[in-house]
Design a protein around this ligand. Sequence first.
Ligand code: KIV
Ligand code: ZN
Length: 515
Amino acid sequence: MQDKVWIFDTTLRDGEQALKASLTEEDKIQLAHTISRLNVDVMEVGFPVSSPADFRAVQRIATEVKGPAICGLARAVSKDIDACGEALKGAEQRRIHTFIATSPLHLEHKLRMSLDDATQMAVKAITQARKYTDDVEFSCEDAGRTPYPDLCRIVEAAISAGASTINLPDTVGYVTPDEYAAMIYHIRNNVPNIDKARLSVHCHNDLGLAVANSIAAVQAGARQIECTINGIGERAGNCSLEEVAMIMKMRQDHLKVHTDIRSEEIYRASRQVSKICNMPVQPNKAIVGENAFAHSSGIHQDGVLKAQNTYEIMAPETVGVPSNQLNMTSRSGRHVIEHRLAELGYQKSDYDMDSLYESFLALADQKGTVYDYDLEAMIYFNQIQDKDEHYQLQFVNASSNSQSIASATVGIAQNGELKQEAATGNGPVEAAFLAIERITGMAVEVVEYNLDATGKGASSLGQVDIIAKFDGKRYHGVGLAADIVEASVRAMIRVYNLIDRAQKVSSLKQQRKAG
Ligand code: KIV
Ligand code: ZN
């Protein structure tokens, strides 16, 4: 029987930490369901003490998402452990992950304490965490730059205090695979109680070695890998889940380990993370990039036609890349759409057929043919569209040409009342944004504006992602439409609705305080 390597997904904690705008609670719930469908063993979903919003998101995921153990992060301090324990209470299986830095550099300059002080704090935190759960993980932050004797001391104390997983992160992505493997061997051979814990690795990708280091650690005896979908995370990111999972699947013959990951869920999860997190996947990215299974050279194409395995080590379907493309028109009925979505890996609970079909018919009338990627985009946009949102787009009319100034008129329903404004600008998008500003009476600062094509060719849908700042906070708005001015307006209206929601939550809190 081959050993199992546990997959610990931290897309919603380490990955989310690096985004330009935080995810909304709904985004997080949606992604948490997707990650659980991958069948990961543990899912780290936030840092509850960091903000009330993070606390609530962890709390909701803990009660709503079944399958993997739900984990929260906590520094080795009492208030963090309590926040984490409280947020995780509703989970069937819960893990508290506590950490403290152990390298001389971090101890001296960041924490200004000795290793003994850090060890005492770790032991106290682990003991406190055990009151909430038996499943406690302890991480030595910057383990990659910590001397072996120091690591051995703190790891032994952490296990004695009740940690059942010991994680040794390469926090700054500095070590090489042979060094990392040597560290794992050393800990396994020099910590007397190491048999009472599972060894885990957590690699950052600053030198592009996160995946190689994680696999080297597994070869040296580590049995948990911490990773994120598409490798998103701080700076150059974390170890990529899809890559380590597929390495262990495709090279079981050599590595002699397995994971419980459902590989057919990988592609869908990758697309969803990329869309919701506003993080494009590079086309040549292993496993999930657009070109990962494309053969360009004539010699390769010829080889694959004669025998697929000449140039293809795994079939695209293994990771859930749809094998054929079905093109739909306004004559396609609901059952065709449902059938196609099932083939693409969607369950009925992933969408509301009535509103999806309505959007489908509108798009089919506009474009003629609706493709798989259009359907997927509509599912995503229908999910984030809140029917009760404060601002609802009624229409946009924009005009521009190369010789004169652009203008736009926008109509928005606000609490059921239609408001419309016109404005001019350097281009139709700027004019439309100014018109929206006049309607709402609020000026936001557009920090980033990205226009991308969802689909292929001239009939692609335009997807606009905006990062906008208001009152010191950043908001991510996304809009999709066949017309790029409309897509921009939809993205901006989403921003205003998120601001409206944030304002309502904060005034509710103030009322509660006052009452
Ligand atoms: O990179 C790191 O060291 C971390 C820890 C909190 C585990 O993310
Ligand atoms: Zn990290």
